[in-house]
Design a protein around this ligand. Sequence first.
Ligand SMILES: Nc1ncnc2c1ncn2[C@@H]1O[C@H](COP(=O)(O)OP(=O)(O)OP(=O)(O)O)[C@@H](O)[C@H]1O
Length: 257
Amino acid sequence: MSDEIILRLDNISKKFGGLVALENVNLEVRAGEICGLIGPNGAGKTTLFNVVCGVYRPAGGTVWFKGESVSGLPVHQIARRGIARTFQVVKPIPRLTVLENVLIAGASHLLAGAWIPFTTRGQRAVREKAMTALIRVGLAAEANLPAGQLNLGYLRRLELARALVMNPSLLLLDEPVAGLGYDAVEDFLTLIRELRREGLTVLLVEHNTGVAEALCDHMLVLDHGKMIAAGEPARVLADQAVIEAYLGKDDFLGPSA
Ligand SMILES: Nc1ncnc2c1ncn2[C@@H]1O[C@H](COP(=O)(O)OP(=O)(O)OP(=O)(O)O)[C@@H](O)[C@H]1O
């Protein structure tokens, strides 16, 4: 892990009408780390991802990526700078093949800035990139199957390939192992660790604190839109404010009970 701060959020706020979804959130992610974002339901985790990716413009504050402000840029421009994400609910186009689903992500990414895919050379380049992404996530053998035939574990890999085809340096993963069985979770965590070793920085939302602790170098906790703890996973998970946020104050009996 380097000392470079690849992503920095300064005082990010986001409101939906009267609801404050994010309130003055500050966050730093170092290049090459796996950083976990946890918090109870409705804490603001997905909203934070959407602010970073440009789906939502923050009501206040600045998103810095590689030292430059990306606040207010459209989604495709932020993606071209190197931020890609996966979604909690995986929705491929079921009748298209696995490869075609990745091609769509790759072509739309390139199309956002150039007309490259309309040339034969461009189409070949996108296809090669898509196949490389599928090989990377272990789905090469399934490339020509309809995506609708994949089980959830493979669908999550397909979702990852759709992000990787964009050549990101920062990968935002929204609950990438939700709903998977033990072996599939272990395989997916190995894949994420390998991607990090190859140079990617990862920020992931994870509900399962055990998974987050096993995977992450650094953890951040949101509750009601505020960052309530940050740091080394074991220490963060032992923090009283974090325990109370997960269990509810009334259920927290304290260490001596
Ligand atoms: N588009 C929206 N319109 C109105 N309110 C929204 C919208 N998106 C999120 N919210 C609200 O903002 C708050 C934060 O939601 P968000 O989905 O970011 O939380 P989360 O931590 O990702 O939750 P979960 O773990 O359940 O996915 C919640 O109160 C939610 O109801």
